[in-house]
Design a protein around this ligand. Structure first.
Ligand SMILES: [Ca+2]
Ligand SMILES: [Ca+2]
Ligand SMILES: [Ca+2]
Length: 307
């Protein structure tokens, strides 16, 4: 019995040593990024012999100089999947921080910036032929992580609004909000986008907004913050409302209740003006199921009480 116990004990010790060394090895081998160059080779045209991995802290500094020796990937088994070993190159990433990476070859071909954090380590970036090309910008092939989706909050190619209002990439950097992205677009790119997209403001904002999941609330806030004149109305918009609740009585749709709304109802009843259907539903202030001059009076009363 004693011999059996000691045998079990020895077995357990050996087993635990093996288990520890396996898990230690696993952690080590996770500290890598792979790039499946087979998936991009058809698009990069010229043959290449080297793949580089350029990593930087998002909106911060890169670890090494572009295509320096410390950025070289290896493909010892020659299967076309290149590996970058962060440990070997002395790169220590912090949990919770946002990083970006570009894989490139010695002919200057690159993929578009891919976002990641430490939870992505061990994953493989691959291309599927999706690329972005515009007159002012270089042609980029997008690379995605094998274990991430294509949503706004999955790690992948950095989402960016181009100078002509196209949405490029899939992943919203966690340092930005939809509203901030849209504000940046309004200030820096709207004028150019008007010229080159061939769209009016309404579809321009709505099409763009839909792709970045911008809400009416975000859009109104962004327009208000930036003071940019946009020919876009929330009641015609196809975007979701978000936190925005239209004010009762706001039949001119300027998002506040004012004497203009009372006047508009009177003019509507006198058939001088029409009110769009989507705004008319907010006109029934006294809730008697129709829009009448009584609603205009009600608005005047509300405004009088507010003073
Ligand atoms: Ca390989
Ligand atoms: Ca109003
Ligand atoms: Ca009414």
């Amino acid at each position: 019995m004693k011999r059996l116990l000691s045998f079990i004990l020895v077995f357990l010790i050996i087993f635990s040593v093996v288990a520890v060394s396996v898990s230690a090895k696993e952690i080590k081998s996770e500290n890598v990024l792979h790039f499946d160059a087979n998936t991009v080779a058809p698009f990069w045209v010229y043959k290449f012999e080297r793949i580089y991995c350029h990593i930087w802290e998002y909106e911060g500094e890169s670890f090494y100089r572009w295509q320096s020796i410390r950025e070289l990937c290896t493909d010892e088994d020659k299967d076309g999947i290149w590996t970058y070993d962060l440990d070997k190159n002395g790169i220590e990433l912090e949990d919770g921080k946002l990083y970006a990476v570009i894989f490139s070859n010695e002919n200057g071909k690159t993929v578009y910036d891919i976002l990641f954090d430490t939870t992505v380590l061990g994953d493989t970036a691959y291309c599927d032929g999706t690329y972005y090309d515009s007159p002012e910008e270089t042609e980029y092939y997008f690379a995605y992580w094998r274990n991430q989706g294509r949503g706004l909050y999955d790690f992948g190619p950095t989402l960016y609004i181009s100078s002509i209002g196209n949405v490029v990439g899939t992943c919203i950097p966690n340092t930005k909000t939809q509203q901030k992205l849209f504000e940046d677009f309004l200030i820096n790119k709207l004028e150019n986008a008007r010229v080159y997209s061939g769209k009016d403001d309404q579809p321009l904002v709505d099409d763009l907004g839909l792709q970045i999941e911008l809400t009416i609330y975000d859009a109104l806030e962004a327009i208000d913050n930036t003071n940019v004149k946009v020919e876009w109305s929330w009641w015609e918009s196809t975007l979701e409302y978000g936190k925005f609740t239209p004010a009762l009585g706001d039949v001119d749709g300027d998002t506040t209740l004012s004497i203009m709304d009372a006047t508009l109802i009177q003019q509507y009843k006198a058939e001088i003006f029409t009110i769009p259907e989507k705004l008319l539903v907010f006109g029934d202030v006294d809730k008697d199921a129709k829009v009448s001059v009584l609603d205009a009076t009600e608005i005047q009363l509300i405004l009088a009480q507010l003073v």
